[in-house]
Write a new protein. Structure first.
Length: 422
């Protein structure tokens, strides 16, 4: 009997964690933290000493941010790509520094986690206590993996966050591992709707950027530091935008990491060219210069909760020739969401209507509904599907639809539930 124990990401997005238990070992897939609320939420407890291995599918905190908790007193073996390890260290340390709440681990546990890691890449196969584990590119962010594990005769595929569509930064995930899987544990973050074609979004974004800059304005692009900032750089370069492009905040350090790992990218030459022509901001003098000329400024954080991006937004909000273009998912109850929905910039000591143009562009790095259904069409009719990492209402409706339409046995577990696979 193989058991799947959902420790996080059940009927919600955030704090993803899945424990796979077989007769010879226990495999933990991700151990993330949910930072969408007023204080961080961690997955359900698991005893680290009982783990055969841990796999981090990618670096985003909702999949990696609780992993140092596993390294307080023991050192379970960890598998991840080199890029994921480097980006996880960066994001976790930033999380520890900026969090206003107690984080139940320290820098020493982060170091122990990294020292316990075995680097793997897509295509690698490892064997651990009778479990055969294969790794596939997930197409989500650089270094992201899907994990295929054979345990007690059951072939399980864990998607993590994945994307089957090519972007300027990455190739889309392959459908090959889905065809042979007995069980697929699949994220369904965007199961309710489709994303528009990538080329359409790119063209609209570039056209609007040029319209603003050539009209004498400045375009601020609040964005995720990992993945999205680099994709926007690549898009602007691919489309031949020659106006000054400034890049600020943590995105600069991510650029440096990716330059050391060019084999993780779809088009290394395009990325190198994009980074080479970008102006990396190194202080307030550079920030003042960026605001004094028509330019594009790419700056974390995407939710406008802090960092240099808040300074840029304050300076541009009353300029009708300038614009704030969002290119990442925008969470509820954030200054970014308020700006998008109400046209008001609301910070701790400021609430002001914005004269600048405000737009949002759907550059998602997750599968949309059509891509998810195409994946499900590739499954064996006898396969079982476990839906995770989805808003409760969306995930429930999607699971019911899949069961009725495809005849596939589908589960939609909550945190703490156990699924038994004979």
């Amino acid at each position: 009997m193989v058991r799947l124990r959902v420790l996080g990401g059940g009927r919600r997005v955030g704090a993803s964690a899945l424990l796979v238990e077989g007769s010879k070992g226990r495999l933990l897939l991700d151990y993330g933290v949910d930072i969408s609320g007023p204080e961080p939420l961690f997955p359900l407890h698991v005893r680290p000493a009982e783990l055969s291995a841990v796999v981090l599918s990618h670096a985003h905190l909702d999949h990696s941010g609780a992993a140092p908790l596993l390294y307080v007193s023991v050192k379970p073996k960890l598998f991840a790509t080199r890029v994921t390890l480097q980006l996880s260290e960066l994001l976790i340390q930033d999380f520890m520094k900026l969090s206003k709440y107690y984080i139940p681990y320290e820098v020493e546990q982060v170091a122990e986690m990294l020292s316990s890691a075995t680097i793997v890449e897509p295509g690698a196969v490892v064997e651990e206590r009778g479990m055969v584990i294969r790794f596939w590119s997930a197409g989500h962010i650089p270094g992201s993996l899907m994990v295929e594990a054979e345990i007690d005769g059951v072939r399980l595929l864990y998607t993590g966050d994945f994307n089957t569509i090519d972007t300027r930064l990455l190739r889309g995930a392959s459908l090959e591992p889905f065809r042979e899987a007995d069980v697929v544990v699949m994220e369904a973050t965007y199961a309710a709707f489709d994303h528009p074609p990538r080329e359409v979004v790119e063209k609209a974004f570039v056209s609007d950027v040029l319209e603003v800059v050539e009209g004498g304005g400045t375009v601020l692009v609040p964005t995720f530091a990992v993945g999205r900032a680099q994709e926007i750089l690549a898009i602007l370069t691919k489309h031949g935008v020659r106006h000054p492009v400034y890049i600020d905040g943590m995105a600069r350090r991510v650029n440096a990491i990716l330059l050391e790992n060019l084999d993780s990218l779809r088009d290394p030459d395009l990325f190198k060219a994009a980074v080479r022509r970008a102006i990396h901001v190194n202080g307030w003098e550079d920030r003042r210069r960026a605001l004094q000329e028509p330019s594009i400024i790419i700056s974390p954080a995407a939710m406008l909760k802090g960092g240099a991006v808040v300074h840029y937004a304050r300076e541009l909000l009353e300029n009708p020739r300038s614009a704030i273009f969002f290119v990442s998912y925008v969470m509820r109850d954030t200054p970014a969401r308020t700006l998008l929905e109400e046209g008001v910039l609301e910070l701790e000591n400021l609430r002001k209507s914005v004269a600048a143009r405000v737009e949002w562009y759907d550059f998602s790095s997750h599968c949309g509904r059509s891509e998810l259904l195409k994946v499900i069409e590739s499954l064996d009719p006898q396969a079982r599907l476990v839906v995770v990492h989805s808003d409760e209402k969306v995930g429930a409706q999607f699971s019911e639809y899949v069961g009725k339409t495809f005849g596939i046995r589908t589960f939609y577990p909550a945190d703490g539930e156990v699924i038994e696979l004979p």
